[in-house]
Design a protein around this ligand. Structure first.
Ligand code: 13P
Length: 309
């Protein structure tokens, strides 16, 4: 069995040989975070995927992120080390049901969180991420919006956008939706100076007690700039690894049971194997990709629009 160090050296050598770039989400395990060329939230990674000059994109994240990279780069090879890394939230939209909903609301624009399948994106007018959901909804002319699939992110958008009628799809992220007010108050009792940062996929009552609501990259930016020293991290637990690494003088309290299982499917072994075999390759039928590209490009053009509370 090769050591971790040997695996890392082989990954780096193959990456150079194949002119590949390794993009990794902030929830990846520490070994993957350490070896990635770019770490980020969904929006930052979509932008990197669009801008890269590499021939091959190795995506360490979940299916919808790799699919977004493939849709934006029809001429590049996009590889995902484990095809079982599927986001359960993205699977919560049934395209036939979405088509029916669109028929029932012919004047509504469909805004889909980037955590959706390519098929759902192809049925959508706009995509958004947690970093720009409010800005995307504010920027569109339609008064009626069908928001898929995360009901908590949709409810968060509703708090900030009062002049639209927003119809929520009943989806949720099990990792964030299971976080409770008590999870945070228990840590806060021990560390009263700590600020609470949460992801907008958390439930409304958790949003109510948070000091800040951010995408994962929003948390990185805020923690870096803040003169506070202690933070409670209301999202997937490995987010705290990046925060600690980049801010060694600050303290971050993670919620240890906040684990996203599909994000843990990528490790050094299957990353190396993916580079050796140049696969599994992410393939999207061209017709679907063509339609899905439109809402993704719109989202990228709108850019970041993080709220501060
Ligand atoms: P971010 O875009 O904020 O990193 O969130 C991605 C995600 O899937 C959260 O569950």
């Amino acid at each position: 069995m090769p050591s971790k160090e040997e695996l890392k050296q082989r990954i780096l050598a193959l990456k150079r040989e194949k002119n590949a770039v390794i993009l990794a989400h902030n929830y990846q395990i520490p070994d993957i975070q350490d070896i990635a060329d770019f770490l980020g939230d969904s929006l930052a990674l979509a932008i990197k995927a669009k801008e890269t000059e590499a021939d091959v994109i190795v995506f360490c994240g979940v299916d919808f992120m790799a699919e977004t990279a493939a849709i934006l780069n029809p001429d590049k090879k996009v590889i995902i080390p484990d095809t079982g890394a599927k986001c359960p939230l993205a699977a919560m939209v049934n395209p036939e049901e979405l088509k029916r909903m669109k028929e029932e609301h012919p004047n509504a624009a469909v805004v889909s969180y980037v955590n959706t399948t390519a098929e759902t994106k192809a049925l959508s007018d706009y995509c958004c991420t947690s970093a720009n959901a409010v800005k995307v909804v504010e920027s569109i002319p339609e008064k009626e919006i069908i928001f898929t699939p995360d009901r908590n992110l949709g409810a968060y958008v509703k708090r900030h956008v009062k002049d639209k009628e927003i119809i929520l799809w009943p989806g949720f992220c099990a990792t964030h939706d299971s976080l409770t007010v008590e999870d945070f108050t228990a840590i806060k009792r021990e560390h009263p100076e700590a600020e609470i940062m949460v992801h907008p996929e958390c439930r409304p009552e958790v949003i109510d007690i948070a000091d800040h609501v951010f995408s994962t990259e929003g948390m990185v930016k805020y923690a870096r700039a803040s003169d506070k020293r202690e933070f409670i991290v209301g999202t997937e637990k490995d987010m705290a690894y990046r925060l600690k690494k980049e801010n060694p003088k600050k303290v971050f309290y993670a919620i240890d049971r906040a684990v996203c299982p599909p994000m843990k499917k990528t490790g050094l072994e299957n990353l190396l194997e993916a580079l050796e075999k140049m696969g599994p390759v992410v393939k999207i039928p061209e017709k679907t990709a063509e339609k899905a590209r439109i809402p993704i490009e719109r989202m990228i053009a709108i850019g970041r629009g993080e709220m501060t509370s």
